[in-house]
Design a protein around this ligand. Structure first.
Ligand SMILES: NC(=O)c1ccc[n+]([C@@H]2O[C@H](COP(=O)([O-])OP(=O)(O)OC[C@H]3O[C@@H](n4cnc5c(N)ncnc54)[C@H](OP(=O)(O)O)[C@@H]3O)[C@@H](O)[C@H]2O)c1
Length: 339
């Protein structure tokens, strides 16, 4: 009798074993089908499913988009693309000269109105928020892009991080987010209409060693977005935590685009085309990942190895980045000394 015949004989003789094997086969088939279905849904979301139209938030009807961290990177691209969609734009960030340059470009190219406000979110100055409140009281806000963010200068263990950097991350990424949203919300609630995009990070989904305060601040943004998203959905306000992977920018320190690291322009386009579509983030409410390569990367991360594996990967990778950054600092200090 061959081995396979023997195996079949055991199955026939023992009903319990048969039941166990059948159950395992069913569980395996269900788990495989759920993965295949989730991948098909991802492809549908990313390539086929349309997002909500920007017109439904007031584009072209005199409504304004408020963008924090608007003078560079992802925020600047939001300002340009929302103005192209015919929103007037209120641009907020630190450097007035950069804001003025952008405002001139926008008014010339898109014939919409702009307002500018220069402030440093790190300072947490109540006068700045009063001023924003004053400006908001004169306009109808259709869209709020909570984009301003700050990070650790280099990957650093929490116990070695400076109090100043910890303070800045909390003040900009958490306090600034809450204060600006609290100011804008009544304006949206009065019309039962609005879109709030919170520019989050994959490090808010998964603990990121050596960038712990940034990671925690984006995790705050993620869970807070889910909570207020649920509170506000019956009031006509759409809230989305935009789970962002790497994008070329000053903050990411990546200069050349690649398949996995897009320029801000295609990245922001993929977000604005897919408002309300979860894409690669379908298992977390009020979250989205719609840039195709980011959505696929996220699917692989969440459907392959364990969470501990990925946190450990980040530990090793950021540990190596830290070593390189420290060596660069040493070289720069030596060069400065010899001058
Ligand atoms: N790029 C990525 O790979 C990536 C990945 C995940 C998440 N994100 C998130 O995306 C958002 C935008 O990042 P980005 O990469 O586009 O950054 P960026 O290119 O460095 O631009 C940051 C913008 O924020 C402004 N800003 C910075 N600190 C400020 C402060 N203290 N007060 C006021 N304005 C301030 C800057 O204005 P000034 O130049 O005038 O200071 C600039 O307009 C952030 O929330 C970031 O966490 C980015």
């Amino acid at each position: 009798m061959s081995l396979s015949d023997k195996f079949l004989q055991i199955l026939q003789d023992n009903q319990l074993v048969t039941l166990a094997v059948a159950s395992l086969a069913i569980v395996g088939a269900l788990s495989l089908s759920s993965k295949i279905l989730s991948f098909l849904k991802l492809i549908f979301d990313v390539y086929v499913r349309p997002g909500k139209s920007l017109k439904s938030f007031g584009a072209g009807g005199g409504a304004w988009a408020v963008i924090t961290g608007a003078s560079d990177g992802i925020g600047k691209e939001f300002a340009l693309q929302l103005a192209a969609a015919k929103f007037n734009v209120l641009l907020i960030s630190r450097t007035m000269s950069k804001l003025q340059e952008l405002s001139e470009e926008i008014e010339k190219k898109y014939q919409v109105d702009t307002k500018l406000y220069a402030m440093d979110f790190c300072k947490g100055d109540p006068k700045d928020y009063e001023k924003i409140k004053e400006i908001i009281s004169t306009i109808e806000v259709g869209v709020l892009i909570n984009n301003v963010g700050t990070n650790h200068e280099i990957p650093t263990p929490f116990d070695l991080e400076t109090d100043e950097i910890i303070h800045n991350i909390v003040e900009v990424n958490i306090a600034g987010l809450l204060k600006v949203t609290k100011i804008v919300l009544p304006n949206m609630l009065s019309r039962n209409k609005g879109l709030i995009l919170n520019i989050g990070s994959f490090s808010g989904m998964m603990g990121t060693p050596y960038l712990s305060v940034y990671s925690g601040s984006k995790s705050f943004m993620n869970t807070w977005s889910q909570a207020i998203g649920a509170e506000l959905q019956s009031k006509g306000i759409v809230v989305e935590n935009v789970n962002t992977y790497f994008v070329v920018s000053a903050m990411s320190k990546v200069r050349r685009p690649s398949y996995l690291v897009p320029l801000p322009k295609p990245y922001v386009k993929s977000i604005l085309n897919k408002i309300g579509v979860p894409g690669g983030a379908s298992w977390v409410p009020f979250n989205s990942i719609n840039y195709p390569s980011h959505a696929f990367a996220n699917w692989i991360i969440t459907n392959s190895f364990s969470w501990s594996f990925w946190v450990n990967q980040a530990l090793v990778q950021n540990g190596n980045t830290r070593k390189r950054a420290l060596r660069k600092r040493e070289r720069e200090a030596a060069a400065a000394k010899s001058q």
